[in-house]
Design a protein around this ligand. Structure first.
Ligand code: PHE
Length: 415
């Protein structure tokens, strides 16, 4: 994170020249005007129309969008769920005829690229999406460290990017092309601290965080700051590195400090391992975490060790609002499982993008950027989405409790 800053800056300089070149080629990328993109593919395009210069209003155009995410690797459910959410949004729009702008309908084509959850892959895949696949906008990534590596590329090519779920504040600070449809970690840290201090009435908390993940470091800081402000005491702060096999030395140190709660701002694979090892050490306190826990694999891998623990998230699938229930039903029918928060955010990010393209009436980078920036009160599955001046969304968080292997709504925290 911090140590990445100089590298990021030099990457930005390198991209300047390429960005200039890319912008020239991207100028022809508005599928409304690009001849290659509007090649008739549907039987509705009459053959005799080829003779007359202006395209008939019924001829379908195409809009290509990109997604980069962890489709494999330790956080694979993040990328897969997000991709599924985006796919559902794409299918729904295409089934209704496509995006309507520039006097004709445009089918959406989705290109997805795998980052394996690795920041070092992000630059390559975002460059490929933009330069080879000619996407007009990019959705991704989930993990803040990967988004921080991919965002400078989209920024320099002048292609709008929406991260559905990266919560580290720095992600959208990369530049004016970078947006998110989720809340940020200063709020998420506050929500977790408030729940611990006021709902669980915890006085002493310990923290175990991933020192190499921007998300984890940031959320740790915000939780600690807010929990102390609320009168709590942080009795231990220990750091791990993603993928560690043996958490016993760290957990043993924490065990001696008499914490009533262990806050783990990490991702689900590590969290499940930590939970299993903590229970073996007879540590019975509730565990609390952030959205990084959100995966069906948390309960699959953590089993009983994770029961009765809590995490903050962007939505709870058991909430009875019509937006959520319709989405849950449709998603389940298509993918055979309950959508997690990532799926909901992927769906919302895609729909905000489609709405913006229609309002912009164009896929030109700067016009599209302006339209995304002026998104106000968009009704998403994860709540109402309004983009603020920092290109972030301000939304409530939910706290869920792991019960019977499933996250169950427990509380809602307003910003
Ligand atoms: N907020 C996490 C990050 O920034 C990613 C995440 C979001 C994971 C939502 C799960 C659910 O790294």
């Amino acid at each position: 994170m911090q140590s990445n800053a100089p590298t990021r800056r030099s990457t930005i300089h390198t991209w300047f020249t390429m960005a200039g070149l890319a912008l020239v080629s991207l100028a022809g990328c508005d599928s409304g005007t690009s001849p290659s993109a509007s090649a008739p593919k549907t039987p509705t395009a009459p053959t005799q129309a080829a003779a007359s210069a202006p395209a008939p209003a019924s001829e379908a155009g195409e809009v290509i969008i990109g997604h980069y995410g962890s489709l494999t690797g330790a956080e694979a459910t993040f990328g897969i769920s997000t991709d599924n959410g985006i796919k559902l949004a794409v299918e729904e729009v295409n089934a209704a005829g496509g995006l309507d702008f520039g006097g004709k309908k445009h089918k959406i084509v989705l290109h997805s690229e795998d980052t394996e959850g690795k920041p070092e892959k992000a630059g390559t895949v975002v460059t490929k999406l933009i330069t080879a696949d000619k996407v007009v906008a990019v959705i991704g990534e989930v993990a803040s460290s990967v988004t921080l590596a991919g965002a400078p590329v989209a920024q320099q090519f002048g292609v709008p990017m929406i991260t559905p779920s990266s919560t580290n504040p720095q992600c959208t600070a990369v530049g004016d092309m970078i947006f998110r449809v989720c809340f940020i970690d200063p709020f998420q840290g506050y929500a977790c601290a408030k729940f611990a201090a006021q709902d669980l009435k915890v006085k002493k908390a310990a923290i175990l965080f991933d020192q190499a993940a921007a998300y984890s470091v940031g959320l740790k800081d915000e939780f600690e700051k807010n929990f102390k402000k609320m009168g709590g005491e942080v009795v231990a702060v220990e750091a791990y590195t993603k993928g560690e096999a043996n958490f016993n030395p760290l957990l043993t140190k924490i065990r001696e400090k008499g914490a009533e709660l262990l806050f783990i701002p990490g991702y689900y694979t590590d969290v499940a391992n930590i939970a299993l090892q903590a229970r073996k050490l007879d540590m019975k306190m509730p565990l609390l975490g952030g959205d990084g826990w959100d995966s069906a694999d948390l309960a699959k891998n953590g089993g009983a060790a994770i029961e009765g623990s809590f995490y903050s998230n962007h939505y709870a699938s058991d909430q009875p609002t019509p937006e959520i229930q319709v989405f849950v039903k449709t998603y389940k029918e298509k993918f055979g499982e309950t959508p997690d928060g990532l799926a909901a955010l992927g769906y919302d990010a895609a729909r905000v993008l489609f709405d913006s393209i229609q309002r912009a009436g164009s896929t030109d980078g700067s016009k599209l950027r302006d339209a995304i920036a002026t998104t106000k009160g968009f009704k998403g599955v994860t709540g109402n989405i309004s983009i603020n001046e920092k290109r972030d969304a301000v939304k409530p968080a939910v706290i869920v409790e792991m019960k019977g292997g499933k996250p169950v709504f427990r509380a809602r925290v307003e910003p």
